[in-house]
Design a protein. Structure first.
Lengths: 334, 334
DNA sequence: GCATATTTAACAAACGTTTGCTATGATGAA
DNA sequence: TTCATCATAGCAAACGTTTGTTAAATATGC
């Protein structure tokens, strides 16, 4: 009757050698002669020995595991970030726990807790709540799109304010003047900063951001569609929409399609993120590009640094990448 | 100097009680009086005690963790399946390790190994290689789109052959006769079965599947685009394309757009999966719907059953859901 | 050939839990 | 009062590793 799972001790018994030697041989540490090392390696291989990472983690206090919490894995923005993270992590022999909060603060907190219990080495988080809730966390934490006033955590993100500025300025340059804005969540920090950028652009044109024309929707196609409906039904004239992400912009486009509003003549639309579908010939959404995959890679790389230098308290890092305007066919030529 | 992480022993010391009592209290087991139980719970809470799941897993031999290996997280087909899996797992207090093989057999194998080492309770796998490689695995294994001749593993999937049949029959009913097929990978079992269904439909129309008109591409938009190019440049007349997934079909559409081929008059296109973008008003791709999210939920639920009944060897389960044809505007009316 | 340095390997403690067993004290029956 | 019963709580082993320390064996220097 073979054991469920064969351990270091089984190999040791088979070879009549102590298990400390097995451990050292397997980990390439010194203190074993080449001869016994080879013998051990061979036998371990032959017996199909697989180290138990739970036990390893317990003694090493390193689980080679990180947690990733995102609100929505089906939004390609997060999908691509996660792709970057998994690639970077597997290059470093790390595994990731994927947690999808579904925009629920409660679930996010629960996930955070179980990750702590799983003793992950670090966490990469896009919070839907308040980052300050995580203030006294001891494990390394990377923030996607941070905005904690205290700047307690490392973060990697695109310059959202500048992105919002680019998008809005473009609409204005195209001659649109009655801009509506569709945000994702009331207190999403990235949205806030994109709006701040928008305001800047408007001011350059002697305009001002009308709070009435900023609709709170949700970060999804359907959310964009209903928000667009609300926007148009307010009665105020609208000739352009800045959707805070591509999904929202896609939803707005859908609404215009349904109601026969012609794009880009009657109304111009610009999104944010540049998800892959935005570039399809049938869509060709004008949008602000974010280097999502690279963002993911950097998030992991920076987290890993943090993990390695856990001891020395270095100043928090805030890495900012540049967004880029992609002009396509949902805005008219200047 | 507070300890890095506070343990059961710290709580015990604080309370002057043995740690077995702590454990029993925390786990709601009997053998502790209500009085001490309350005292313990309160103190654990106050000290911010977080159980160590590594230690727990070590003794319980259950890690409350499952591994998921998919080829590509940015294909919404897998994205939605994973969403279903994560939702189901979090309902059951499980965490998932997300592994993205990038269609590489080597990476898939490596991931599989590390998952074993992490002592996951089970694995959900879409293999890009041969399932028989996993023949003598002891841990519960769920297969996405299985085709192991020996039927050794449980699986949940859509009836691919029927789906292929539906798509092809639809093209024929619309009057298209010169069908080209774009497959994802040479030996992808789902593709094979979709083609078998296609063959059946062709035969009903007295036609036969011409191997020359089956192109091996890759499961991506770009893959679909170049495969479509190849298909048309073969010189044989083509008036319809069945892309083995929506990404491929989208790529074919893109090629047609670039070369001025009009859809659906000159050429009809049908895809497979019904990813959310296929339904956008600008796209409206005719395709075969798969209930992806539900697939994910069932995959996890079935795996969990397996985990719980690990002992008794039950016959392998093969759950098959029905696909559904979504007729939209990339095929002309009958 | 002897003392010493060095390599190799074994022992045992530790990591943070769970749990079977035992000891203690209280309770109840006779 | 005495004995059996029972609820409560403590002890210690176990899970599968890593690693500091010690012991044995071999090699080195004179």
């Amino acid at each position: 009757m073979s054991p469920i799972s064969i351990t270091i001790k089984d190999v040791a018994r088979e070879l009549g050698v102590s298990y400390s030697s097995i451990s050292r041989a397997l980990n390439g540490k010194e203190g074993v002669s080449k001869e016994t090392r080879d013998k051990i390696l061979e036998m371990a291989e032959k017996m199909g020995y697989q180290p138990n990472d739970l036990a390893r983690g317990l003694v090493n206090k390193i689980s080679k595991t990180v947690g990733v919490i995102v609100p929505d894995i089906n939004n390609p923005f997060f999908g691509e970030i996660v792709a970057g993270i998994t690639d970077a992590s597997s290059e470093n022999e790390y595994n990731i726990f994927l947690c999808v909060s579904g925009w629920s603060v409660k679930r996010e907190k629960e996930y955070f807790n179980t990750l702590i219990q799983k003793r992950v080495d670090g966490i990469i988080l896009k919070s839907v709540g308040d980052y300050n809730d995580y203030e006294n966390i001891k494990s390394p934490l990377m923030i996607i799109e941070r905005y904690d006033r205290n700047q307690k955590f490392d973060s990697v993100e695109v310059d959202n304010e500048f992105g919002g500025y680019l998008a809005t300025k473009h609409l204005l340059e195209c001659g649109y003047r009655k801009l509506g804005f569709i945000s994702g969540r009331e207190d999403d920090s990235a949205c806030k900063r994109r709006l701040r950028g928008a305001q800047k652009a408007l001011e350059e044109y002697g305009l001002t951001l009308n709070k009435d024309l900023v609709i709170e929707g949700s970060f999804s196609i359907e959310g964009g569609r209903v928000a667009a409906k609300q926007l148009f039904e307010k009665g105020q004239p609208i000739d352009a929409i800045f959707g805070m992400n591509d999904l929202i912009a896609l939803g707005a486009l859908q609404y215009c399609d349904e109601t026969g509003i012609s794009i880009p003549d009657e109304v111009g639309v610009v999104g944010f993120d540049n998800i892959s579908y935005a570039g399809l010939p049938q869509i060709r959404l004008t949008t602000v590009h974010q280097p999502k995959y690279e963002l993911g890679k950097m998030l992991f790389a920076t987290l890993l640094e943090e993990i390695h230098n856990k001891e020395e308290k270095k100043p928090t890092k805030k890495i900012i990448l540049n967004p880029e305007l992609k002009i396509r066919k949902t805005t008219r030529a200047k």
